[in-house]
Write a protein that binds this ligand. Structure first.
Ligand code: GAR
Length: 202
């Protein structure tokens, strides 16, 4: 069976990338294949995870380019060279502009560590999201996988999973629980779903 060619964009530790790699191995993801991992940070541990799994990697940093547009075009040309059909943002800490998003319209998904529309949008990323959730005092949080459009965290919601906030949680403890109980589960499921839809169209 032909598989949707997937690129995963990362900036950090890559535990969500690992969940995708594991899901590919265990047969949760069958309609697509991760062909490329692109990092905007040279030292992202996610790159090691990709290499250990035998997946091709590329590093494209903002400082290699004069403008944000040129940086995004740099990523696009790497994706094009590999024939990438679908993009998963897995802890990719850059907001993508209109041209990029339109090039892969309805073909980019992102995992966000809250129940959108809470604790999302510009400035809400990584640990900050959990700090804000704890500050606010919510009793339930979670994760969301959504389509990416030009509005940060504003695209159509594809999947969500709720996670309890417990007494005494620190941002780090809550982050780990949200990853284990929500992100690492719904990101592979949503990836498989979109990859299979793309497959059917082709
Ligand atoms: C994850 O919690 C992901 O949801 C979040 O960053 C972390 C990356 O961890 N992403 C965002 O906040 C995007 N707005 P990872 O590198 O271990 O997957």
């Amino acid at each position: 069976m032909r598989k949707t060619k997937i690129a995963v964009l990362v900036s950090g530790g890559g535990t969500n990338l690992q969940a995708l790699i594991d899901a590919q191995k265990s047969g949760i993801i069958t309609s697509g294949e991760i062909k490329l991992v692109v990092s905007n940070k040279e030292d992202a541990y996610a790159l090691n995870r990709a290499q250990n799994a035998g997946i091709k990697t590329a590093v494209v940093t903002r400082k290699q380019f004069e403008t944000r547009q040129a940086f995004e075009d740099g990523i696009l040309s790497v994706l094009k060279a590999e024939g990438i059909q679908m993009i998963v943002l897995a802890g990719f800490m850059c907001i993508l502009g209109e041209k990029f998003v339109k090039t892969y319209a309805n073909r980019i998904i992102n995992v966000h560590p809250s129940l959108i529309p809470s604790f999302c949008g510009e400035g809400f990323y990584g640990l900050t999201v959990h700090e804000k959730a704890l500050e606010y005092g919510v009793k339930v949080t979670g994760a969301t996988v959504h389509l990416v459009n030009e509005i940060p965290d504003g695209g159509k919601i594809l999947m969500q999973k709720a996670v309890e906030v417990l007494e005494g949680d620190t941002p780090e403890v809550l982050q780990k629980r949200v990853m284990e109980q929500a992100e690492w589960i719904i990101l592979p499921l949503a990836t498989e779903k979109l990859a299979s839809e793309i497959n059917k169209e082709n």
